[in-house]
Ligand binder design. Structure first.
Ligand code: SF4
Length: 333
């Protein structure tokens, strides 16, 4: 039986790591680097074993090199047949090369950013590399996998009914169906020892072990993960822009690159169809689809206003969370 603890650098996964240490069982700890984390999170994860005396944390990272090679070939062959101007095809083919940043490479391969309704990022950036690198070899060797997950009922409606121990198919949804079928026969369990804990207990657990939490919580961040996350709330968007403007610059740069490989010539970090103006059908033929109107910089400006929005708050966030990999695995805080 092999225990694998998912570490994200957030408070819940840190408490999970500490809980696994308290139990005194041997365990492996794994962190999936999305390429879109805050530098303090990387530092925190690197430091955690030294701060706690716990096991080293294995870093895994998605690699999209082969997928990008296939995409280059597809774009060069199919787009001209579809009437896409050759200059656009050439620009896309030149850009469809691995950058080494998993988040950006994923978006290049998909020629778009993930969205609240098409949240492929958790699977591709976290679950698949964790499964392929760590969990799959354990299962293929005939061992039982106990996957420790730091989710709590209190977090959202979608997580309210999660069981403490649950038999699971460990193969992420984005992998081939044949492998998913093989996964049915493997013995794997999700173990969620914090499921009944309250947020206050999670922080108290850090204090009990004299372990600091990720400093992002003391700088206005309600959650730790991608900086920003595509599910970011409006007030969090504003805080990130104020405190960590370099992360907005990064996304703005990515929007330009991903737009250049998109057939439409426009791809935004926050999906434009989530914009209430467009969702309600108010955008006419003369709507300005440029990045300056629809890109992250415009969303930052909007986040400073008192106008509402559908995507980033409350119930919509919880509904989007329902039945996703994020919900089952708690890979994203
Ligand atoms: S934190 Fe957000 S953007 Fe990052 S992988 Fe999870 S859902 Fe996607």
């Amino acid at each position: 039986m092999t225990h694998v603890v998912s570490v994200s650098g957030g408070k819940d996964s840190t408490a999970l790591y500490l809980r696994a240490m308290e139990r005194g069982l041997p365990f492996r700890a794994v962190f999936a680097d999305t390429g879109n984390e805050h530098e303090w999170t990387y530092d925190f994860v690197r430091e955690l074993p030294r701060l706690t005396g716990g096991p080293q944390i294995e870093w895994v990272k998605a690699d999209f090199s082969e997928k990008l090679a296939r995409k280059r070939e597809y774009v060069a062959r199919v787009w001209p047949e579809e009437g896409v101007p050759l200059s656009q095809v050439e620009r896309a083919v030149n850009l469809l090369h691995p950058t080494g940043n998993p988040f950006l490479d994923l978006c290049l391969w998909k020629t778009r950013f993930p969205s609240s309704k098409t949240r492929f990022c958790t699977d591709e950036l976290k679950l698949v590399p964790m499964f392929q690198t760590v969990q799959r070899p354990i299962l293929e060797a005939g061992n039982t996998l106990i996957s420790w997950q730091g989710v709590r009922h209190e977090e959202s409606l979608a997580r309210r009914d999660l069981a403490r121990l649950q038999r699971i198919n460990p193969v992420p949804f984005s992998l081939p169906a044949a492998l998913r079928r093989t996964g049915e026969a493997w013995t794997a369990y999700a173990y969620r020892p914090l499921v009944e804990w309250l947020e206050v207990e999670v922080f108290a657990f850090h204090r009990k072990h004299s372990v600091p939490w990720n400093p992002l919580y003391d700088h206005g961040m309600g959650r730790v993960g991608c900086m920003p996350c595509i599910m970011c709330k409006k007030d969090e968007m504003r805080s990130i822009a104020e405190r960590f403007p370099e992360h907005i610059d990064k996304i703005e740069e990515w929007e330009t690159i991903v737009s250049d490989v998109s057939k439409r010539g426009n791809s935004t970090f926050f999906n434009v169809t989530d914009d209430p103006f467009i969702a309600n059908g108010w955008a006419g033929d003369d709507y300005d689809w440029s990045l300056s109107r629809t890109g992250i910089r415009a969303r930052v400006e909007w986040s400073k206003t008192s106008r509402g929005g559908l995507q980033y708050d409350g119930l919509c966030l919880m509904q989007a969370d329902f039945n996703t990999s994020c919900n089952q695995w708690g890979a994203c805080e």
